[in-house]
Design a protein around this ligand. Structure first.
Ligand code: SIN
Ligand code: CO
Length: 373
């Protein structure tokens, strides 16, 4: 299934992206849900998959976490099941993310899917991330408020909400509508009838995560072994004081580490291709021989990238799930990064090179790519 998104991207990026929330009516024409409520409920029964059930009764909120064993206790109103990273587990659902590729892959996070019965929702809150909430089957009433300082509270230890807010958007969403919400804008959505919603999330790292990630890299690669030194030291009157010039020198040492362009690129490629959610890895058994892969591709078979696997390029180097792919076949590496579905022609000559073929074989034997039957 290929989803066609009817959106003027230039206008959207100029006027809304990271700036204003907007309801894009009928952005998907004749929208067809890639998953059924039953299938979603089934995923929430799996232990590897992150899921929540949020319910409300007379203003009292309750949250429980999957895996769930049964849904028999649930009534007909006021609850919602939310399943994280469905693109990792349910291939047809991942097709919903492709139309958002005018945005950079490295900013993309995951696809969260919720199923709500009438009255169901997670209550008023805001998120740290940009999100496109696609309305699937059913209808929901969405309210979005202005980005202001709002008090947060926890009506349940696992649920962060905000105080009531005035709406700048207050609309009913129908199948195919998309509500885009930038970080920090409060919102709430209540189902009017049984409803599926698909949240395509875009994530941006904060400084703390970057420093932390770079520190791990520096430790692993033993960067920054040089020590602070002060051969020009003069006798000092206040030995307990740390001087501005000393702080400057220390800060320069730290910045100097980050300013090594090659290290920085390698680090970021490795860092940003690590998935925050578990991958549904199923390495083939028995493993492939390189020759079999060559044959299959030349016979017209097609490779598909595992859902949620992050493949990105920095310069000419391709990074796959936290590791670089060292190869001189940059066109083939580029194909791995740009395409989710691969055929022999996209690899060009690289398939004739035993060392590239061996690398591709290893990627397939790791479960990162698989042949579609
Ligand atoms: C949803 O309930 O489907 C989306 C929750 C949210 O607002 O983030
Ligand atoms: Co939200």
């Amino acid at each position: 299934m290929e989803y066609q998104l009817d959106l003027d991207w230039d206008d959207f990026l100029k006027n809304y992206w990271q700036k204003r929330p907007v309801l894009l009516k009928k952005a998907f024409k004749n929208f067809i849900d890639p998953i059924s409520p039953d299938e979603l409920a089934g995923l929430a029964m799996e232990s590897e998959i992150d899921s929540r059930l949020v319910s409300q009764s007379q203003g009292r909120w309750d949250v429980s976490h999957g895996p769930f064993e049964s849904y028999d206790h649930l009534g007909e109103n006021d609850w919602s099941i939310l399943v994280q990273a469905v693109n990792h587990w349910h291939e047809p659902s991942s097709a919903l993310m492709t139309p958002f590729r005018p945005l950079p892959d490295w900013r993309l996070d995951d696809l969260m899917i919720s199923f709500s019965v009438p009255g169901g929702g997670v209550g008023p809150h805001f998120d740290q991330y940009d999100v496109f909430i696609i309305q699937g089957t059913g209808r929901r009433r969405w309210r979005v408020g202005e980005k202001t300082v709002l008090k947060q509270h926890c009506p349940h230890p696992d649920l962060l909400q905000v105080e009531p807010f005035d709406a700048i958007i207050d609309e009913e969403t129908e199948s195919g509508d998309i509500l885009y919400i930038p970080p920090g804008f409060p919102h709430e959505g209540y189902a009017l009838e049984n409803a599926l919603n698909y949240s395509v999330g875009f994530r941006a790292p904060n400084g703390r995560e970057l420093i932390n990630g770079f520190a791990d890299f520096a430790l692993a690669k033993e960067l920054g072994s040089f020590r602070y030194s002060d051969p020009q030291l003069v006798r000092r009157e206040y030995p307990a004081d740390i001087q501005e010039s000393e702080l400057d020198a220390l800060r320069k040492m730290m910045i100097g580490l980050i300013e090594q362009p090659e290290d920085f690129k390698t680090w970021f490629g490795e860092f940003i291709t690590q998935s925050r959610h578990e991958l549904d890895l199923a390495p083939p058994e028995p493993p492939y021989q390189a020759g079999e892969i060559y044959e299959s591709l030349h016979q017209g078979e097609t490779l598909r990238r595992l859902g949620g696997l992050r493949v990105l390029r920095v310069g000419d180097t391709c990074y796959i799930n936290g590791e670089s792919l060292v190869t001189e076949h940059s066109a083939a590496a580029n194909a791995l990064a740009q395409h989710h579905i691969l055929t022999a022609d996209l690899f060009g000559d690289a398939l004739e090179d035993p060392s590239f073929l061996a690398q591709l074989c290893e990627l397939i034997n790791s479960g990162y790519w698989y042949f579609i039957d």
